[in-house]
Design a protein. Structure first.
Length: 258
């Protein structure tokens, strides 16, 4: 069986991150939207189960799966949507339908993954010129924290979305030698990739600020993005790279599970 319920193996830090991202005040998800995951030992990972709320998550709301079989699903094209549904089953519980998004990110080297649907961001992913609107940063911290997001046009959640995200991440991995820190899903939401829980939370919250800045800029006139060359140089500066690493180690709230 690819997935099993193993509450004792689910890290408390994953539960705490999930609750913070699911806090209704943050407006990153509503109801049972969104999911989180983390790499475990022995090429396994824990991911939020389908239908569970992020703000009320506990260790029983996650399942543990093996990466290898699901990476094969992304790459060999032999499994259809019905077959994926069977693979996601863990007895009475089922891994999220968006699990392949997490697999694509983990397979590219991420340790932590957070997928959310922030209202501020989705609104600007659901316009005709969304890809162009997000093609360059508007302010320095966006360039430093988010880097260059990968863009994925709308795809049906499940097999289609998972394979589209896998292709976009690996295109960036082939180009830069590292995966993107943020994937933008047209008409859908965002995926944050990182080495720590704090990093994916930082990427998620900065993406929300980036959306709000775009909304203000659009209401005031025509957005004036930074030059891509300048943004790359800024993000690659040693002092900015050090600050980004510090943000990834320093969560803003306690990670203890109440």
């Amino acid at each position: 069986m690819t997935f099993t319920a193993r509450p004792t193996e689910v890290p408390d830090e994953l539960v705490a991150l999930t609750r913070r991202l699911g806090d209704p005040a943050a407006d990153l998800v509503v109801l049972a939207e969104g999911n989180t995951s983390v790499r475990l030992d022995d090429d396994r990972f824990a991911v939020k189960a389908s239908g569970s709320r992020m703000d009320a998550a506990d260790t029983a709301d996650f399942v543990v799966g093996e990466l290898a079989e699901l990476i094969a699903v992304l790459e060999n094209g032999a499994v259809d949507q019905d077959g994926l549904t069977r693979l996601l089953s863990a007895g009475p519980t089922r891994a999220s339908i968006e699990t392949l998004v997490h697999v694509a990110a983990l397979a590219a080297g991420a340790e932590w993954v957070a997928h959310t649907h922030p209202t501020a961001v989705v609104g600007l992913l659901a316009v005709t010129d969304a890809e162009a609107l997000w093609s360059a940063p508007l302010f320095p911290d966006e360039a430093v924290v988010l880097g260059e997001p990968a863009w994925v046009p709308y795809a049906t959640p499940g097999i289609m979305l998972g394979r589209s995200v896998h292709a976009a991440i690996h295109e960036r991995l082939d180009r830069d030698g590292v995966p993107p820190r943020l994937v933008l899903l047209g008409n859908h939401g965002i995926v944050a990739l990182g080495a720590t829980a704090a990093e994916v939370e930082t990427v998620t919250t900065m993406a929300v600020k980036a959306a709000r800045v775009r909304a203000v800029a659009l209401s005031a006139g025509t957005p004036a993005p930074l030059e891509v060359r300048h943004a790359r140089e800024l993000a690659g500066r040693p002092d900015e790279a050090a600050r980004r690493a510090l943000l990834g180690r320093s969560p803003t709230r306690s990670q203890e599970v109440p």
